[in-house]
Design a protein around this ligand. Structure first.
Ligand SMILES: NC(=O)c1ccc[n+]([C@@H]2O[C@H](COP(=O)([O-])OP(=O)(O)OC[C@H]3O[C@@H](n4cnc5c(N)ncnc54)[C@H](OP(=O)(O)O)[C@@H]3O)[C@@H](O)[C@H]2O)c1
Length: 227
């Protein structure tokens, strides 16, 4: 069966990805910062391997990559991410938080992609999916504000585009996806889309991915988004 590695798999979209892919019979490498407290993830049945991974910690990324050396990973999902609702507007900016967000939302996914590149390259499907956001679309920004999150996801989009080009020789498909506004801790209870529906649509999208999707920015329903 194919295998998947997910970052931030203890809650939200990451947990639902682990649940649904495991139910489909995939081998799931589910990573999270605190496995000891990941009760919901531990309750997921199937071929689920739990690993400690804080994507802000290069040493943890390299240790895990060493541990999984030689194991093909068909689908690498860079899901872990953070946002902030305060101290992100003009005149009231938390620059330390901004640096932290860039480390988690931009440098973390890049480091994970670099570290597990040999695993993905050795697999059948060869897909890297990056959870981006429409909030990171420059064309779509009609309301301003949200400097920290918007800039981090815009930077992530650029990382995905360069990776997509650099990895053409390895025939790896790199795609940035917007999961929809989904009901998670980040999305809040006000979000219109159930996390199950978002992830189910993301899985269908993954099944449809072809080489021409490499380096694209896609909505969870497969629709192309403007950068
Ligand atoms: N939900 C939405 O409506 C929405 C919309 C657009 C984009 N997205 C994107 O989709 C992704 C998942 O969002 P979500 O809604 O599931 O968010 P969430 O419910 O807040 O979950 C975020 C996950 O990321 C993990 N995480 C945070 N910092 C980490 C770090 N340094 N290392 C490893 N894991 C870390 C969290 O782990 P802890 O439990 O340890 O904090 C948690 O598992 C994010 O990249 C987000 O930006 C979400």
């Amino acid at each position: 069966m194919p295998s998947i590695l997910i970052t931030g798999a203890n809650r939200g979209i990451g947990l639902e990805l682990a649940t649904q892919y495991s139910a489909q019979g995939w081998r799931v490498h589910a990573t999270c910062r605190e496995p000891m407290f990941a009760d919901a993830l531990k309750a997921v049945t199937g071929d689920v391997k739990l690993h400690r991974l804080d994507i802000e910690m290069p040493i943890q990324i390299h240790e895990l990559a060493k541990g999984l050396a030689g194991e093909p990973i068909d689908l690498l999902i860079n899901n872990a991410g953070i946002t902030a609702n305060t101290k992100t507007s003009l005149g009231d900016m938390d620059y330390a938080l901004w640096e932290h967000m860039l480390r988690v939302n931009v440098m973390g996914p890049m480091r994970v992609a670099e570290a597990f590149l040999p695993n993905v390259a050795a697999s059948q499907r060869r897909i890297m999916l990056f959870l981006s956001s429409r909030a990171g679309s420059i064309s779509d920004n009609l309301s301003g504000g949200r400097y920290l999150y918007r800039s981090s996801k815009a930077a992530l989009n650029m990382v995905v585009k360069s990776l997509a080009i650099d990895l053409i020789p390895k025939r790896i498909i790199c795609t940035a996806v917007h999961p929809g506004w989904a009901r998670t801790d980040m999305g809040t209870a006000a979000a219109p889309i159930a996390v199950e529906a978002s992830v189910s649509a993301l899985r269908q999208l993954v099944d449809r991915l072809e080489p021409h999707h490499n380096g694209r920015f896609l909505n969870y329903d497969g629709q192309e988004l403007r950068w």
